[in-house]
Write a protein that binds this ligand. Sequence first.
Ligand SMILES: [Cu+2]
Length: 498
Amino acid sequence: MTALLIFICLILITIVIVQIGKVTELASSIRGEEDAQMETNKWNGMLSVIFMVVFLGGCIWSSLYYKNWMLGFGPHQAASEHGGSIDFLFNITLFFTGIVFVITHIALFWFAWKYRGRRGRKADFIAHNDKLELVWTIIPAVVMALLVIGGLDAWNEIMADVGEDEEHIEIEATGVQFNWLLRYPGEDGRLGARNYKLITGLNPIGQDWTDVKNHDDFQPSELVLPVGKKVRVRIIARDVLHNFYLPHFRVKMDAVPGIPTYFVFTPTKTTEEYRKELSKYPEYQVPADPEDPEGPQKWEKFEYELACAELCGSGHFSMRRIVRIVSEEEYQEWLKQQSSYYLGNIRNGDEDPLKGRILEIEVKARAAEFGASLKEVLQAEDFSSKTLPLRYVNYETGSATLTADSRYELDQLAGALRENAALRISIEGHTDNVGDEAANQTLSLQRAEAVVQYLVTQGIPADRLTAEGFGSARPLSANDTEEGRAANRRTEFRVINK
Ligand SMILES: [Cu+2]
C-alpha cells in the first residue's frame, strides 16, 4: 500500500515537471529565447533537487519500514545450517549496491542543479582522464569480484554433496502438475529404482517393483524431517519445470523433467522452536483468524512450507505442502506410522510383477509378528492353555505336503525351539467340515505330522514335539461361509512345557 502511494507520488511529480516544461516552452516564444532557456534550466535544476530529496527520502523510509522483511532480520530468520550464509550474501550485496545507489543519485540530481546552463558559463571539455577511468573501473571491479567469489564459495559449500559414508536422510520430491510427490526410503534407508516408462495411475513416479529397495518406500502427504540431520533431496519433475522451494530453509532448486537435481540441507530449528521465536514479534501476536479474535495467535499457527517457485500452470498454488521439523524421537514415531506404498497399493494386484511370491519385507513382518506373540505366550502364567496359530503354514490342496512358503514361519518356530531348550510343544491340525469327517481327521493329523517332520529336519529332537489331528471338531468360527471355513482350516501349536 505504502509502496503504491510512493509510486503514485513519483508519477504526479513527473507529470508536473512535463507540464512546467510545456509552459516554459510557450513562454519562450513570447519572451526572448535565451531568457526563457535560463529560466527553464533553473526550474529543471530545482525540480531535480526536490525530486532527489523526495525520492531518496522515500527509499530510506521504505527500507526502514520494511526492514523486518529482509532475510535474516526480525522474524525472517533462516532455519537451516547454510541459511545464514545466504542471508549474509544477500545483505552484503544490498549494502554495497545501496551505497552506490545513494551516491550516484545524489550526484545525478545535485549536478543537474549545480551545473545547470547559465549565461556566460561554458562547459569544460575533458577528452580523457586516466586516473578517473582507473578509479571508476577498479573500485567496482574489486567489489564485484569479492561479492562473486563470496557467492561462489557459499554456493560450493551449500552444493557439496553428502559423502559416501556420511549419515544423512535421502528423500525424493517429484514435481507434477499440480502436486509434489514425496518419497521416503523406508527402513532400508535407500530409495528404489524408477523409470518413467513404468508410470501408471497407480504408480505415479514409475517405481520399479522388481527392485526390493522400492518395497518399503513410502509416499507421505507432508514433509516431516528431524532437526539437526543432513537431508539430501532428489528433485525431479514429471511434466514441466517446477521449483522445489523451502523458503525458511533457504532451499530453492529447479525440478527439471529428465534431469535429476539435488539439494543438501540441515534443518536447525523445529517447528515448535521457530514458533516460539516468532511469538516475540508484534506482527505474529495477532489472531491467526481475524474473525476469531479470541482464537490462537498467528505464531501458534505457523507452519514451515514447501512451495513450487516456478509458475507451472493454473493449479500452481496448490503445490503448497506443510513441512514439519521435529525432534529425532518424534521423527522415529512418525516413521513407524508410515506404511509402504507398494504393500498398500500394488502388492498382489494386477500391476505387481512379484504376485504370488513371498517377499523379504513380508517375511520380516511375519517374523516380528510371530516373535511378539510367542514371547507373550512364554511369559504368560498359564501358558499351557494358550495356543498360537501358524498363520502362514499352508499345504497343497487336499494333501499334507507343505507349500514352499510355509518354511519361513516354521524356521522361525525352529529357532524359538532352539533358543528355549526346555520348550516342548504340540502341533495341532484342524480342518473345516467339508467332506468325510474320518478323512478330515486323518488329513489334520497328517498335516500336523508334516510340520513335526519339518521341525525334525531342522534339528529339533522329535521327543520335544507331538502331533495331533482334530479334524473339524474344534472350529474357530461357523462353517457356513468361505471365510469361516478358511479360518477353521489351520495349524496351531500349544506350549506343553517351557
Ligand atoms: Cu509447480
